[in-house]
Write a protein that binds this ligand. Structure first.
Ligand code: HEC
Ligand code: HEC
Length: 238
């Protein structure tokens, strides 16, 4: 056992247990599709443009693009941010539930790229072309995983076209749409993808059941695989 594990064990013995929460995560297996007013969403979106760009195409590669992302996924991310994770927590603090639905629906309806995208968001330096071998490895992992390394095919949950779960809009027998909250990955920023996958590997985003699902999927990815996946996904035209 490592020294850190021993310290952890000692802390367990010494520190009194926190009061048990009824539920310390949100169960997204039982959700129904969200609806919202995109016009109202647009009127609230000024606050978001500073980082995500005026058209949902982020101004910095480490911030995610949100134009064309799935509405249900975004809504639940905003709900999660309310609970106090990351830089977004302060941003969403004053938003009502209605605001969050409206914003999610508004950004989901924006073109993922194209003439509306902010030209200022384009990288200023020309990106070196990606290594074809890295792209091929990323595509291979995305479509087929690597069974010997315990890596699942990403397409099973994010779709063959990487636009979200193939059953995103399907209502299950109990009336829920559990797959609506699975995000699109297509054309997302490379730097953001690398950092986000790393966060799942560290067990972050665990306050939603969807985050727990993704942490499991990311568990056996090594750094080269994460990079290859991010390079390939970000290279896809929207
Ligand atoms: C100060 C910069 C900043 C501002 C302003 C901002 N965001 Fe964000 N946003 C981020 C960063 C950084 C992330 C990356 C995720 C994180 O914080 O965990 C993010 C993540 C998100 C995500 C999750 C995207 C994904 O792919 O997982 C959504 C949705 C989002 N923001 C919506 C909004 C909305 C709507 C607003 C305006 C109300 C807004 N953001 C304002 C920086 C910002
Ligand atoms: C078993 C289903 C499943 C598999 C397999 C899976 N994912 Fe995910 N993934 C999810 C879910 C669910 C989420 C939403 C998590 C959340 O709410 O934080 C997610 C979120 C993500 C995100 C965050 C997107 C964003 O906009 O912030 C990335 C990146 C990602 N997955 C990459 C991958 C890659 C790469 C693979 C293949 C190695 C993969 N996923 C395989 C279910 C899966």
């Amino acid at each position: 056992m490592s020294r850190f594990a021993w310290v952890g064990l000692l802390l367990l013995l010494v520190v009194p247990a926190a009061p048990v929460q009824a539920q310390d995560y949100v169960d997204l297996r039982r959700v129904t599709p969200i609806s919202g007013d995109p016009v109202r969403g647009e009127s609230r979106s000024e606050l978001c443009a500073a980082c995500h760009g005026p058209a949902g195409i982020s101004v910095v590669p480490i911030y995610p693009d949100i134009a064309g992302q799935r509405a249900d996924y975004m809504y639940w991310q905003l709900v999660k941010f309310k609970a106090g994770e990351t830089v977004m927590a302060a941003i969403v603090a004053d938003l009502t539930d209605e605001d969050m639905r409206d914003l999610a629906v508004y950004y989901a309806g924006l073109p993922a790229a194209g003439p509306a995208a902010d030209p200022a968001a384009e990288p200023t330096e020309a990106d070196p072309p990606a290594d074809p071998a890295v792209l091929a490895r990323g595509e291979q992992l995305y479509l087929h995983g690597d069974p010997t390394a315990g890596i699942p095919p990403c397409q099973a949950c994010h779709g063959e076209d990487a636009r979200g779960h193939p059953k995103a809009t399907e209502v299950d027998a109990a009336g829920y749409t559990p797959y609506a909250v699975y995000p699109s990955l297509r054309g997302q920023r490379e730097a953001y993808l690398v950092s986000r996958i790393g966060e799942y590997q560290q067990g972050k985003h665990a306050t939603l059941t969807s985050g727990l699902v993704m942490s499991g999927a990311a568990q056996h990815l090594d750094q080269a695989s994460v990079q290859a996946l991010a390079t390939w996904l970000s290279s896809l035209p929207r």
